[in-house]
Design a protein around this ligand. Structure first.
Ligand code: 0RA
Length: 633
């Protein structure tokens, strides 16, 4: 009987993990870059759980030369005692059963194994080998697995006084497209985790590049703010920092105002980025609005002619991080990244209200600057509203009233339609003649495009080039006006020259989309055209080359000595049929889709590119590569 039971449960375990191998995407999202990195983050999340419960203060991540991974923490160690029902050591159950972690676990702020965490057994199932080493109960214990199955017993080794867990694994090449980790990708998430878990030391030893990095922030998210705003000018010295535990909820908030016009709030629940916001974020916003208004009123600084200060006014130039930790967070929304727990809203609002009011009372000079900035924002909002009304009247967003420069397509189906945003009139002319006019619209941009990063909304709207763009796309601008559902083309393609001016215009356009029409990027509608770099010919045969390698190949094919190589400088050098053939024809063109992989880095990048700090701009080319991925050939 005993024996039978044991066998039955083993079979169930086996079936579980086989399911993971059959449908890995169900557990880790995909089997490309993101899913691969998820394996490391899953193991790290388990260590983070130990840290959040106060048992661990150091995590080491090593990526070896061969891209195997080692994660070491100094937590309590995975329990090794016998699990009665399964008749196996607890660690083996944790490693070979889906979501087994929770059963043993007393950690209250768990992230792993929950809705987002997948459980370390999934990492085991998707690794060709995995080895766990545990220091616990006075000894070192080890067990090895292959593709999710134990291949050794749990072995008791040398005497050890310390505690901790070491998990080493190699992602299974049968599952993953490519086994190669990206240091930048790991870097960003590990740094973020270190900010969110004050004092925790996380080390990344990335052997393929011979680079070791250490993240530890005694100031927690206060230092996160300083990191985010490195290239901005704060209007008061130190971030406002609030850290309080109420009931079983830990609330940590840091905020600082700078002289830019953008709002930049990152919210988290149990270290998970809540992209869709939720109750913690709304509690934060309402408390901030209330405290600032209350203070302004008490100081009698608002004249009767001034408009009422709204939340949006206050949040102009605000950078904030809102991080809450709670026992069982409820995640809602399309991507399960909105915190749903109702009671959190009031808790955060009361903690933030007290904290902000106290700060304003204590530092009247900073308070004055913050209030002033809000008043100016409110005034220019009213001015912007007027400008917006004018823009709307001038160029109503229906197709009957599109800007003159736009050569529209005949299709009215956004799913099939594309718009090429082209630099300069001559390239614009070629594009208009060369295009497929049923589905391709062309908008030539003339004159200087406004640097939206340095400009307030009403001025952005007054700028003729931007308003032509907005009315062509059909989407409107500004927090209240933007409407994705009105987008008239589902492929928005930026087509600029491959020179410095082209790069500049492209960056300005990207900034506009990032700041004012981010949904177009997020939904995957923004692309960059990729004209060829060279033409190789012998006078008769002609080849286009898009990369250095293609150029070499073309030279070979055309016959070495006879081949003449011409570098393409501008789109204007192509006639309409060449432009169509090389860059616009959906059958052979290369489009690169613009993506925002990491909003934190994207934001910093646009500050660097467009903001005031000159020095970091040198990194431009490097950083830019991150946001544009090859796709859609
Ligand atoms: C189950 C229960 C406990 C800890 C862990 C798992 C644990 C898992 C991992 C994975 C990597 N590092 C880890 N550290 C701990 C709780 C142990 C207890 O109550 O003593």
């Amino acid at each position: 009987m005993e024996n039978n039971e044991y066998t039955a449960s083993s079979i169930k375990v086996l079936k579980d993990l086989e399911g993971v191998r059959k449908r890995p995407a169900m557990y880790i999202g995909d089997t490309s870059k993101r899913g691969l990195h998820h394996l490391i983050f899953e193991v790290v999340d388990n260590s983070i759980d130990e840290a959040m419960s106060g048992y661990c203060d150091k995590i080491n991540v090593t990526v070896e030369e061969d891209n195997s991974v080692v994660v070491i923490d100094n937590g309590r160690g995975i329990p090794i005692d016998l699990h009665k029902e399964e008749n196996k050591p607890a660690v083996e159950v944790v490693m070979t059963t889906l979501h087994a972690g929770g059963k043993f676990d007393s950690n209250i702020y768990k992230v792993s194994g929950g809705l987002h965490g997948i459980g370390v057994s999934v990492v085991n199932a998707l690794s060709s080998w995995l080895k766990v080493e545990i220091a616990r109960d006075g000894y070192l214990w080890t067990q090895s697995y292959e593709r999710g199955k134990a291949v050794t017993e749990l072995k008791k080794g040398a005497v050890r006084k310390t505690t901790g867990t070491k998990v080493s694994f190699y992602p299974d090449p049968e599952i993953f497209d490519k086994i190669e980790f990206s240091r930048e990708y790991l870097d960003e998430r590990l740094r973020e985790l270190a900010f969110l878990n004050k004092g925790l030391k996380i080390e990344l030893d990335f052997k393929p590049e011979g680079k070791v990095e250490s993240f530890q922030y005694k100031g927690g998210i206060k230092e996160f703010i300083e990191y985010l705003d490195k290239n901005k000018n704060p209007i008061h010295r130190h971030p406002i920092y609030i850290n309080k535990a109420v009931n079983s909820c830990v609330i940590e908030v840091a905020l600082q105002f700078n002289d830019s016009y953008t709002e930049n709030i990152f919210s988290y629940a149990n270290n998970i980025r809540t992209i869709e916001g939720g109750t913690h974020l709304s509690g934060f916003k309402s408390a901030l609005t209330r405290s600032i208004n209350q203070y302004a009123k008490s100081q009698n600084v608002i004249s009767s002619k001034d408009p009422k200060i709204t939340g949006n006014d206050i949040r102009e130039g605000l950078t904030a991080v809102v991080s809450v930790k709670l026992p069982q967070p409820q995640f809602e929304g399309q991507t399960k990244t909105r915190l749903g727990d109702r009671e959190v809203e009031g808790l955060v609002a009361s903690v933030v209200g007290d904290g902000v009011s106290e700060y304003l009372d204590r530092d009247p000079q900073a308070a004055k600057k913050i209030i002033n900035q809000s008043i100016v924002a409110a005034r220019s909002r009213v001015a912007a509203q007027k400008a917006r009304d004018i823009t709307r009247r001038k160029s109503a967003l229906d197709s009957a009233n599109l800007p003159g420069k736009l050569a529209d397509c005949s299709s009215r189906d956004p799913k099939k339609s594309e718009i090429f945003i082209v630099e300069g009139d001559s390239a614009g002319g070629s594009a208009k003649q060369g295009r497929d006019r049923t589905i391709q619209a062309v908008l030539p941009l003339r004159g200087k495009l406004l640097n939206v990063e340095k400009t307030r909304l009403n001025k952005v709207l007054g700028n003729i080039t931007i308003s032509t763009l907005i009315s062509s796309l059909g989407v409107g601008i500004g927090k209240e006006d933007f409407d994705y559902s009105k987008l008239r083309y589902h492929k928005v393609i930026i087509m600029t020259d491959a020179d410095i001016d082209g790069a500049h215009i492209r960056t300005l356009l990207l900034t506009y989309f990032f700041r004012y029409a981010r949904e177009i990027i997020e939904k995957g509608n923004l692309f960059i055209a990729h004209p060829p770099l060279y033409q190789v010919s012998d006078g008769k045969k002609k080849r286009w080359a898009y990369t250095e390698r293609e150029k070499e190949k073309a030279i070979e094919e055309i016959g070495g000595d006879k081949a003449r190589v011409q570098r393409f400088k501008g789109l204007g050098e192509m006639n309409p049929s060449q432009l169509w053939e090389t860059t616009m024809n959906p059958d052979h063109r290369i489009l690169r889709r613009v993506s925002i992989e990491d909003a934190i880095e994207a934001d910093r990048m646009f500050d660097i590119l467009m903001g005031n700090a000159v020095e970091p701009r040198k990194d431009f080319i490097l950083a830019n590569a991150q946001f544009v991925e090859n796709l859609d050939i």
